[in-house]
Design a protein around this ligand. Sequence first.
Ligand code: FAD
Length: 430
Amino acid sequence: MSTSIMLFTRDLRVRDNPALTAACRAEHVVPVFVFDDAILNGPFAAPDRVRFLLESLADLRASLRDLGGDLVVRRGDPVTEAARLAGRTGASSLAVADERSAYGTRRLGGLRELGMEVSAHPGITVVPPGELTPAGGDHYRVFTPYWRAWDAARRRPIADEPKAIRLPSGVRAGPLPRLADLISGSPSPEPTPGGERAGRRRMTRWLREAAADYDRAHDDLAADRTSRLSPYLKFGCISPLELANAGPSAFRRQLAWRDFHHQVAAAFPALARDDYRPRGHRWNSDEDALAAWRDGMTGVPIVDAGMRQLRSEGFMHNRARLITASFLTRDLGIDWRHGLRHFNDRLTDGDIADNAGNWQWVAGTGNNTRPGQVMSPLRQASRFDPHGDYVRRYVAELADIEGSRVHRPWTLPASGRRASAYPPPIIDID
Ligand code: FAD
């Protein structure tokens, strides 16, 4: 009887999961997720992400049970736990998603030393890092040529969903831990629900109702018309390939941005730490300004609205991420690494490659072909929140101020009680 281990990592789905499909070719399958101490003790362990992870695992377990199997849950080092399970079940092969981060590459190396047949499968990105390369280079450094190659590249077929899963006898599945067993701290008050089912519901509804309008509406802050699928992509609850096959061009372009940053991070593993293109930046260290930025108390309403959305939802609109990141690095002159750390602590979709790639892009140390470009927060506000609705939604002190006047509360004559609780701008931005 052949037995295979399916090691889930950040591919928490049964639909279009090539690693799971491969593992299911064996007669018996051991689907396992290992709560990895090295990850839980590091910066990954943000409450919003661990909560989302637990919900996604509960959903995955339910799907695997529907197929006759279960999700085996362990805690410790994934390589050691895989070896233990192989010893107990006699598994001779293991399938895992091909994850090209520095950590994922080390983990795969460890698994390959176990003496089993180990196969690594695509599925985390639409196009795996390293598959597209420019002439004379190991990765694309500029987005537009990458996007052209990406959109023209042949895509793999969607993987078959397993029809049934048969666990070998004698394997204890183990309970899912509670959030408090894993980390301290509380998730944001309005979280995104985790899991493949929730992700597919959102994906189906969004493709039906909003995708066609994406090009026109994706930068409109108040309309909130982007897909909000990023946490599901981060944890692999939905397949990026399935989404790319269904979405319109402007939307596919965003998925290509994701793949772009992943191929940069695979080639430059220090992306979250070191400047990708060092340009001799000198950063200010201003703890008070940094604290005001984190707390959404800079006195610049469009910036504070973004930072408060992050605090309450564990999510921030892409346009607001650009504005708040630009304000921190360009207006306050504070090192992008401080911003990256705060986003990483709060974002449910927080991902090393996407977070670092975008921070460096905004700060002018990354892949931006116009690194000197600076965004004016007031111009951005009047363009992307022309009626002030986004600011009013998140900055309670300004909720009573009408129209676009909300973007410049300091110019209003003696304003009401609530507005006077709002601080004046910490820097001159007019
Ligand atoms: P949609 O507009 O619906 O886009 C669809 C998908 O495309 C997203 O879910 C995402 O997977 C991908 N995508 C869109 N824009 C980008 C982009 N610029 N870079 C990479 N992928 C993109 N995204 C993350 O997933 N994790 C992060 O940690 C992260 N940090 C960021 C930090 C900064 C400073 C900035 C400016 C952007 C960051 N982004 C990050 C990218 C982007 O803001 C989010 O992916 C997007 O806002 C998620 O919302 P959505 O799913 O509604 O996006």
